[in-house]
Write a protein that binds this ligand. Structure first.
Ligand code: SF4
Length: 260
């Protein structure tokens, strides 16, 4: 029984996130950050560089739209003094701007969700829909139920039925063929419900943006509450998005992570 000795030797591999930060995730590409301005007279240095038009420049200061960035690294390779990868894994953000530093409509949905789950003494149930993904996000979503991330320890379970689900997790660009099934799944879920769009494709359509097969992301198809950018985002980032959506993170620590 070599698995017994191997298990004993490995010890507990499950992350303690979000109770504690986890260094395991620091090797992931989580986001691109801008560290400075473009070299003088080189405001055209990023023209044609980004495959998804995620970079815009205002007075030689580049700004990266995380919802469009596919983390390809071309900008980091070409201009390492300006761009770099951030290992900060808590990249999820609410899909709408905040009002007076509150969660806005998401706050009331969370409260109603908490009331319902507490009354029935049950966990949060997640329905995952692949709305035209390239498959990369699915690997990361599947990892959530494995021994490293073990999302069940936080009272979060996946369900095959939208009628039992509190949270809709959507991957993929929202292909034309999946638009109606996605809408029907959303409509079949009982209110209150929250929607988390996972990946750059789901956020804005990604490289297939507005092609013959795709749309500009699932935000055009159903109301989205939280977006997890990245292509694909790591399981830590997806977990952050789920916990942010259902209010299982410290509100003080999440307020600063809202995209303006
Ligand atoms: S990493 Fe790639 S997709 Fe992201 S901003 Fe840079 S060039 Fe654009």
């Amino acid at each position: 029984m070599p698995w017994v000795t191997r298990g004993l030797a490995d010890g507990v591999v499950t992350t303690r996130y979000p109770a504690r930060p986890d260094g395991y995730g620091s090797g992931f590409r989580a986001a691109v950050v801008v560290n400075g301005t473009l070299p003088a007279g080189r405001s055209d240095a990023v023209v044609g560089l980004c495959p998804t038009d995620a970079i815009r420049v205002a007075r030689e200061v580049p700004v990266v739209d995380p919802d469009r960035c596919v983390l390809c690294g071309r900008c980091v390779e070409a201009l390492p003094e300006v761009f770099s990868f951030s290992p900060a894994l808590e990249t999820a953000h609410r899909s709408r701007p905040l009002e007076a530093n509150s969660d806005g409509p998401l706050a009331s949905t969370r409260t109603a969700l908490a009331t319902r789950t507490r009354a029935l003494r049950r966990s949060i149930y997640v329905r995952h829909v692949d709305a035209g993904s390239d498959g990369s996000e699915e690997w990361e979503v599947a990892a959530l139920t494995g021994p490293i991330y073990d999302v069940q320890r936080l009272g979060v379970y996946f369900t095959a039925s939208p009628r039992h689900a509190d949270l809709l997790l959507v991957t993929g660009a929202g292909s034309v063929a999946m638009a109606e099934p996605l809408r029907r799944t959303y409509d079949a879920m009982p209110a209150p419900k929250v929607v988390v769009a996972v990946g750059t494709d789901a956020a804005t359509g990604g490289p297939l943006r507005a092609s013959y097969a795709g749309t500009v992301g699932v935000t055009e198809l159903i109301p989205v509450d939280v977006v997890v950018p990245g292509s694909p985002p790591s399981p830590f980032s997806i977990l952050h998005g789920i916990l942010l959506a259902v209010g299982l993170l410290d509100p003080a620590s999440t307020s600063a992570r809202v995209r303006p």
